[in-house]
Write a protein that binds this ligand. Sequence first.
Ligand code: PCA
Length: 199
Amino acid sequence: MSFRVLVTAFEPFGGRPENASRAILQCLMTLDRAPGEEFEGLVLPVVYDRSAELLLEKLRSEKWDLILALGEAPESPFRIETQAWNRDDSETPDLAGVVRKEREIIPGGPKQIPTRLPANSLFSKLQAADVPVVLSNSAGGYICNHVFYYLMHELETAPALKKAQGGFLHVPIDWCTQALEGARIVQSVIRTTAFGRLL
Ligand code: PCA
C-alpha cells in the first residue's frame, strides 16, 4: 500500500536568491524513501491567487494521504503552525504587486481551521532531538497563511481528502545553507505524522 505525500514550498521573494523552503524541498526529494512512501514536491509562487489555484489543482487531481506545506520565516526556529486564519493582512505586496489588508480569504469560511498535524507530539519529538522549534498559532497575514488556509479548507470540505492529514511548517529563513539537515527534519515530521496515524 502506498502513502502519498505532497510537500509544497515557495519560490524566492523579498530580493533573496533562494527560499529556504524550496532549498529544503529539493534536498528532501533526494532522500531515501521508506517502502510505499511516495513524495511529490510543488513549488508555489509568492502570489495570493496563483499560489492557491496551483495548490487546489494539485489537491484535486490526485490522491493524497498527507500534505505538508512549507514556507520560510525570518529569524525564527522551525514553527509548527497550529491554526490557519481566514484573513489576508499584510503591507507587503505579493510578487504580482497585490496588497491585501484585513480581507477574508474565503468569504464566509470559518475564522480559523486547526492543523491536521499532530502538533504537540511533533513539537516534543523535535525538541527532544535538539531542533529549534516552537508551536505558533499564526502563520502571519501573507502568502503562507493564505496557502495554509486554502489547504485546511480543502481538507475540511473535499470528500476525497476527508482522511488526509495536512498542515504548515515554517522553516528558518537562513537554513538555505543547512538544507540537507532541514530536509531530514521535514522527513521526520512526515514520518512522525504518518506513523502516528497507524498507532
Ligand atoms: N514566506 C512568506 C511567503 C512565502 C514564504 O516562504 C510568508 O511567511 O508568508
